[in-house]
Structure formats: C-alpha cells, structure tokens
Write a new protein. Structure first.
Length: 75
C-alpha cells in the first residue's frame, strides 16, 4: 500500500510540473504573430506561356505582435 501511494504522489508531482511548463510556454507565445491564410490555395486557369497571371493572396495576423514577412516565393 505504501508503494502505490508513493507512485501516486510521484505521478501527481510530474503532472504538476508538466502543467507549469505548459503554462509558461503559453505565456511566451502570447505576444507573438500568428499568420492565417483564409484561402491558402488558388488554382489558376490555363494560360498561354509568357502571359502574366495575377492573384492576391490574403495574409492575416491574428496574433498580438507585428507580423514581419521577409520573403515570398512562388511554387
């Protein structure tokens, strides 16, 4: 009986430590950008080679800090 009580106490302590670590991680993320793409994909229609095609992709920042977009490339 004493062994199972000790194991339960250890498990409770580990769960408590995990909760502290997770709550600390959430606080660090609180003041950060969070990028959202409401419509992440777009399928262009067939075009002749050399014709310029244009589409505006919407990028939203749902975070609390400034979102700094440093590089954009096509795929």
């Amino acid at each position: 009986m004493k062994k199972s009580g000790f194991i339960g106490l250890c498990c409770s302590f580990l769960v408590f430590c995990l909760m502290v670590v997770v709550s600390g991680a959430q606080e660090k993320v609180k003041d950060s950008p969070s990028v959202i793409f409401p419509d992440p994909g777009y399928e262009f229609a067939a075009v002749f080679e050399g014709v310029e095609v244009v589409h505006d992709f919407v990028v939203q920042n749902k975070g609390t800090a400034t979102l700094d977009i440093q590089k954009v490339s096509g795929g």
